[in-house]
Write a protein that binds this ligand. Structure first.
Ligand code: FNR
Length: 362
C-alpha cells in the first residue's frame, strides 16, 4: 500500500510490477549506455551539506513562486508523454494531483489527454510543453489552443531535433498512439524497421531546422511567456536571454537524448552564473529526494521539475500516487531545511552545499 512506502524510489518497483514491460521500459529508460541516466542521480549524491545550527527553525515555509505563480513548494511536474500507459485517466489524474498539492504541471506535447480535457478537469496552474513541428501551422494552432484553455506558459523543448536512441524502446518495438492533441491536425502513420515507431513519428513530425531566431516566430503566435527546456551550457543560456525568453530549464531530457551529456546538477551553476538573476532558472533530471531539491536551490535554481517519479506514482496509485510522490518530496525538503537552518527557501544559499568543484579548489 502507498501508505507503507517511505520514499519516492520505492514507487519505481511498484510501477514495474503494475505495468506491461514495454510501458515500464518507455518510462524508465534512457539513451544508449544510460551513462547520463545514472549520473543524473549519482551527481546529486556527490554534493554534501554545510548545515548551520542554532537558528530558529520552529516554522518552515517552503512556499515560493514560479514565473510569478505561487506554489506550495519549489517543485513542479515535468512534461512527460503518454500518461495513459500508467493510468486510464492519464494527464487528467496528474493535473488533479498538481492542483491538490498546489503546484504547477507542465503538460507534454505528447500527452494522451487533450488540452481541453485537462483544462476542464481542475484548477491546477498549467504550462504547455511543445516541440516545433515541420508544419509550423500545427504548432501555432496547438499554442493558441493552450492559451485559450488557460495554460500560463509555453515550455519549448530544444534538445530534441531528433529523438535519442532509446534501446529498450527499439528492442520492445515500442508503439505509441499519436499525441492526442495532434490527432485532428496531422495524419501520419509512422513506420520504421530500424528504430522504434515512436522515434519514426518524431522524425517525420518534428522540425530539426529549428534555430534561436525561430523564438521570434513563436512569440509572434502567442502572448504567453516562453521558457526553453534543455539548456546545458552558459553559451546557450546567454543566447536564450538574447532572444528574450522568460525562463530556462536546465535539462538533459531525463537522459533520454544525448548520452554522456552532463548530469544536470553539475552544470546548473554555470547556467545560473551566466543568467545572473535576470530570468528564473529551473532544473530537472534525477531529483528523487528533498535533499536533491535543497541542493538545486542552493546552486541557484528557482525550482525543480520531477519526471519519472510522477509516472511511477501514477502507475502505482493513479492521482493519489502522484500526490503521495509530491508530498514525500515536500516532507523531505521541509526536514532538510530544518536540519540545515533554513526556515524559508530564500534562506537557502550557495554556502549551504559543498560540490566536487569546491573540494578540488579548496
Ligand atoms: C520525458 N521528458 C519529456 N520532455 C519533454 O520536453 N517532452 C516530453 O514529451 C517528454 N516526455 C518524457 C517521457 C518520459 C517517459 C520521460 C521519463 C521523460 C523529459 C522530462 O520532461 C524531464 O526532463 C525528465 O523526465 C526529468 O528527469 P527525471 O525526473 O525523470 O529523472
Amino acid at each position: 500500500m502507498a501508505s507503507e512506502l517511505v520514499n519516492v524510489n520505492e514507487f519505481q518497483e511498484l510501477a514495474r510490477r503494475a505495468l506491461p514491460k514495454m510501458y515500464f521500459d518507455y518510462y524508465n529508460g534512457g539513451a544508449e549506455d544510460e551513462h547520463t541516466l545514472r549520473e543524473n542521480t549519482e551527481a546529486f549524491r556527490r554534493i554534501t551539506f554545510r548545515p548551520r545550527v542554532l537558528l530558529d527553525v520552529s516554522r518552515i515555509d517552503m512556499s515560493t513562486t514560479i514565473l510569478g505563480y505561487p506554489t506550495s513548494a519549489p517543485i513542479m511536474i515535468a512534461p512527460t508523454g503518454l500518461h495513459k500507459f500508467a493510468h486510464p485517466e492519464g494527464e487528467v489524474a496528474t493535473a488533479r494531483a498538481a492542483a491538490a498539492c498546489n503546484t504547477i504541471m507542465a503538460m507534454s506535447f505528447a500527452a494522451d489527454c487533450t488540452l481541453e480535457e485537462v483544462a476542464s478537469s481542475c484548477n491546477a496552474i498549467r504550462f504547455f510543453q511543445i516541440y516545433v513541428c515541420k508544419r509550423r501551422d500545427v504548432t501555432a494552432v496547438l499554442v493558441q489552443r493552450a492559451e485559450r484553455n488557460g495554460f500560463k506558459a509555453i515550455m519549448l523543448t530544444v534538445d530534441t531535433p531528433r529523438l535519442g536512441r532509446r534501446e529498450a524502446d527499439i528492442k520492445n518495438k515500442m508503439i505509441a498512439p499519436q499525441p492526442k492533441n495532434l490527432e485532428v491536425l496531422l495524419s501520419t502513420e509512422a513506420v520504421s524497421d530500424t528504430g522504434s515507431k515512436f522515434a519514426a513519428f518524431a522524425a517525420e513530425t518534428l522540425d530539426p531546422s529549428l534555430c534561436w531566431k525561430d523564438i521570434d516566430w513563436l512569440r509572434s503566435v502567442t502572448s504567453l511567456p516562453i521558457l526553453v527546456k534543455g539548456v546545458l551550457t552558459a553559451e546557450d543560456a546567454i543566447k536564450a536571454m538574447e532572444v528574450g525568453v522568460a525562463g530556462i530549464v536546465v535539462s538533459n531530457h531525463g537522459a533520454r537524448q544525448l548520452d554522456y551529456s552532463p548530469a544536470t546538477i553539475t552544470v546548473l551553476e554555470e547556467v545560473v552564473r551566466a543568467v545572473g538573476g535576470k530570468i528564473p532558472v529551473l532544473i530537472d533530471g534525477g531529483v528523487r529526494r528533498g535533499t536533491d531539491i535543497f541542493k538545486a536551490l542552493a546552486l541557484g535554481a528557482q525550482a525543480v521539475m520531477i519526471g519519472r517519479p510522477v509516472l511511477y506514482g501514477l502507475a502505482a496509485k493513479g492521482e493519489n500516487g502522484v500526490r503521495r510522490v509530491i508530498e514525500m518530496l515536500k516532507d523531505e525538503l521541509e526536514l532538510t531545511m530544518a536540519l540545515s537552518g533554513c526556515p524559508t527557501v530564500k534562506d537557502i544559499t550557495r554556502s549551504h552545499v559543498r560540490t566536487e568543484y569546491d573540494r578540488f579548489n579548496c
